[in-house]
Design a protein. Structure first.
Length: 357
């Protein structure tokens, strides 16, 4: 946790658990790979941007009559640059990897003695001067790692945009073959991500599958909103009296969060499961196949909570769309929130535990 690159807001972020074995040498190797990839990505990102404004004059390959101005920006360059050019590039990278970039400190992955900005020994005999102040040096090294991470995300996005739209800064409107277009006007398509489906669940364009997943998303979001409130409210208020009189169990005896799982008797969990099943199979009956999650309960879902009471829907179309979009967005936020609360509770021992624990 005290290593370089541990920065807000995520802190030490290792969701795949690569470092859970505590192997220091493996960590250093991965950190060196991360730094190298970040440095390459920063150059690559700049290399995508600069040719939009400037290209070298003259010839890239005089024998083939190929000028620098003939080489398109982005992925299109792969088919334009001759094989000899790529061999030269690979040879240069290999020279740097095996001869030029020699580690000078085993405890500092990525330190090849090139000093600030890495320009030392770019011309033989010129030494790069390191940052002398420890705090400034730490800040600079952290900035390099952070900028490298950003650049890796940036160049990946540029490749995808280039490959799918046909140019380095192509308009996504040119990606006419996208199966996602079928769902770009659906509820839940909101800034800044637009229609976001990184795992490609909707790439087959199956409308029925989309509606089923949307209904599942809305249900989970609604449950997560209740669950999030259920984590917060007991910190300030609990019902008086008994939860289970036969077991002499008061509401006040039930801890907040995951600790409640072992405290509530089995009969209580059975009642809860039965109530959820009743809602799922009897109460929440779809009223419109084209609107997943619409069970005719009206605004805030209060309709038929008491038999015969009908929920009033929002009549203005724009207000209704805004309200439904808000429900989806708040449900997504609540799913992230309750997941974070579970992790914090499970790892620190309490619902709002200190991570120092």
């Amino acid at each position: 946790e005290s290593e370089l690159g541990v920065q807000a807001p995520l802190g030490f972020w290792d969701p795949l658990g690569f470092t859970k074995d505590g192997d220091v040498e493996s960590f250093k190797r991965r950190r060196e790979v991360e730094i190298k990839n970040g440095r390459v990505a920063m150059f690559a990102t700049i290399g995508y941007i600069v040719p939009e404004y400037y290209k070298f004059p003259g010839y890239l390959a005089p024998s083939l009559n190929v000028k620098f101005s003939d080489v398109p920006n982005g992925l299109g360059a792969f088919g334009k640059v001759p094989a000899e050019g790529w061999l030269q590039w690979v040879a240069l990278c290999g020279l740097y990897e095996t001869v030029v970039n020699v580690p000078v400190d085993a405890n500092e992955p990525g330190n090849y003695g090139k000093g600030r900005l890495g320009y030392g020994n770019m011309v033989y005999g010129i030494d790069g001067k390191s940052i002398e102040d420890p705090e400034s040096r730490k800040r600079g090294l952290n900035s390099e790692i952070a900028n490298g991470r950003l650049a890796m995300m940036a160049i990946t996005g540029m490749w995808f945009q280039d490959g799918l739209t046909g140019s380095a800064w192509g308009d996504w409107a040119n990606y006419v073959d996208s199966p996602l277009r079928a769902f770009e006007s659906e509820l839940g398509v909101q800034a800044p991500l637009g229609f976001w489906d990184p795992l490609g669940f909707t790439k087959d364009g199956d409308v029925e599958s989309f509606k089923r997943r949307r209904e599942v998303e809305i249900k989970n979001g609604r449950v997560a909103m209740f669950a999030t409130m259920g984590y917060i409210v007991p910190e300030y208020f609990k019902f008086p009296g008994y939860l289970a009189p036969s077991a002499n169990l008061k509401f006040a005896d039930v801890p907040n969060g995951l600790g409640a799982l072992a405290k509530v008797p089995a009969e209580g969990w059975l009642q809860w499961v039965a109530l959820c099943g009743c809602y799922e199979t009897v109460v929440n009956t779809p009223v419109d196949a084209n609107e997943p999650g619409n069970y005719g309960k009206g605004r805030l879902g209060i309709g038929n909570m008491v038999y015969g009471i009908e929920g009033q829907s929002i009549e203005d179309p724009e207000s209704r769309k805004r309200g439904l979009n808000s429900e989806i967005a708040n449900g997504r936020l609540a799913m992230m929130a309750i997941t974070g609360m579970w992790f914090q509770d499970g790892l620190t021992g309490s619902a709002w535990g200190d991570w120092a624990n």
